[in-house]
Write a protein that binds this ligand. Structure first.
Ligand SMILES: NC(=O)C1=CN([C@@H]2O[C@H](COP(=O)(O)OP(=O)(O)OC[C@H]3O[C@@H](n4cnc5c(N)ncnc54)[C@H](OP(=O)(O)O)[C@@H]3O)[C@@H](O)[C@H]2O)C=CC1
Ligand SMILES: O=C1OC[C@@H](O)[C@H](O)[C@H]1O
Length: 365
């Protein structure tokens, strides 16, 4: 038996992301400081739930419930993980919090900032933990790049970033029940994948605490097919510094694996970030001006020194998020150290403004 402190997870929904998350929860990871227990699974389809348990956590014996509510009521669940489509995150978070549960909820946290604010108010009232499961921010690559950019200032002062997420989803061919096709479920490229492009921009241009972060001026365009937003482009400009970000997403084209998906420009060089997808980065290359030639007006690639930093992925990459969240719970925190409430709100406010300009409206808005 493990001598580590236990955190008992209740899993809501048995779709793709829940399977990936649970695979990593039960991963045998020697450095883990927590014993992660899959205590309960809530599903709308009990057979699917039982198959899920057998397939993804064969060495554990979670209770499988045919409703999400039973997970919220289970006194042996310490934290609920919500893996439903983002159109249901507001409902599911509110119900879990009302039952007094701590919550880790998938990205995008909600459809809009108003829903996020209501969830945080409910969590404050109930004195429970809630966090957006933005796994990218927990990855060692992301944290190291943040340090190099803002503490070491490895490329000087960052003044520009370009980041893109292209993922091939043929919206028109999908049934209306698909989360990529159904507005009630939150369909649209911005909330699903543009949120990662925005996260890379925030990494590059940020560095300050979210409650002190300046809101950028935004110029955005969105295109729609079958009533679903399929392409977003947004220019962000920070008024006090003139720093700019160009943030794009599309479901109409598949980015090539391993390609550069973000470029960060500083006064002393630039950084290219590469990987399978912008949600699963694998490496970045830092190109700095050559030593001894600091005054060159131009610095073409052959005049630069490139250093590649590689980060092998542990499991599916969710280990760090699961571990950090469990440690937050064990320490009695109500907010994530990595993704505090103000940070989720900052991102949601920006996405609201992009959607306002792009004319993307979700049911009930
Ligand atoms: N962090 C990451 O890398 C990723 C995050 N995500 C996020 O996770 C969430 C879910 O995405 P994903 O797992 O791909 O979605 P799936 O469609 O694969 O699964 C969603 C699950 O939600 C439950 N559900 C309840 N009501 C509905 C409904 N009306 N329609 C569809 N599903 C319903 C179902 O589980 P059940 O039948 O058991 O109740 C279903 O299996 C999204 O918010 C997405 O943004 C997705 C992919 C990657
Ligand atoms: O979070 C995500 O990352 C990978 C994408 O393919 C997926 O659609 C999205 O939900």
């Amino acid at each position: 038996m493990s001598s580590l402190p236990q955190v008992r997870w209740g899993i809501i929904a048995t779709g793709m992301i829940s399977s990936w998350f649970v695979e990593d929860l039960v991963l045998d990871w020697p450095e883990s400081k927590v014993e992660h227990v899959v205590q309960a699974i809530g599903t709308s389809n009990i057979e699917k739930g039982q198959e899920f348990a057998t397939k993804y956590c064969p060495k554990q014996s979670p209770k499988v419930y045919s409703s999400y509510e039973e997970v919220y009521r289970d006194a042996e669940v310490d934290i609920v993980y919500i893996g439903t489509p983002h159109g249901f995150h507001y409902r599911d978070c509110i119900e879990a919090i009302s039952a007094g549960k701590n919550v880790l909820c998938e990205k995008s946290f909600t459809l809009n900032a108003k829903q996020s604010r209501e969830i945080f108010n409910a969590a404050r009232e109930k004195n429970v933990y809630v966090a957006e499961a933005m796994w990218l921010r927990h990855r060692p690559l992301f944290i190291e790049l943040q340090r190099l950019l803002h503490e070491e200032k490895i490329i000087g002062d960052v003044f520009r970033v370009f980041s893109d997420f292209a993922s091939g989803v043929d919206v028109a061919s999908l049934p209306s029940t698909s989360r990529y096709r159904n507005l009630t479920l939150g369909a649209g490229s911005l909330l699903d994948i543009g949120v990662y492009s925005l996260t890379w921009a925030r990494l590059a241009l940020g560095g300050n605490a979210p409650d002190q972060a300046e809101m950028p001026r935004i110029l955005a365009a969105q295109s729609h097919e079958e009533g679903i937003e399929v392409t977003t482009s947004a220019v962000l400009q920070y008024p006090s510094t003139g720093k700019q970000g160009i943030v794009t997403s599309t479901t109409k084209s598949l980015g090539a694996p391993g390609e550069v998906f973000a470029v960060i420009h500083g006064t002393n060089g630039y950084i290219e970030v590469e990987g399978r997808t912008p949600s699963a980065p694998e490496s970045f290359t830092v190109w700095t001006k050559q030593e001894g030639n600091p005054d060159r007006a131009f610095f073409p690639r052959e005049m630069c020194q490139g250093k590649k930093y590689e980060f092998p992925t542990l499991g599916r990459g969710f280990v760090h998020e699961a571990e950090q969240t469990a440690l937050d719970i064990l320490e009695g925190r109500k907010e994530s150290r990595v993704m505090p409430w103000a940070e989720t709100l900052y991102m949601m406010d920006i996405m609201d403004e992009i959607r306002r300009q792009g004319n993307t409206i979700y049911p009930g808005e």
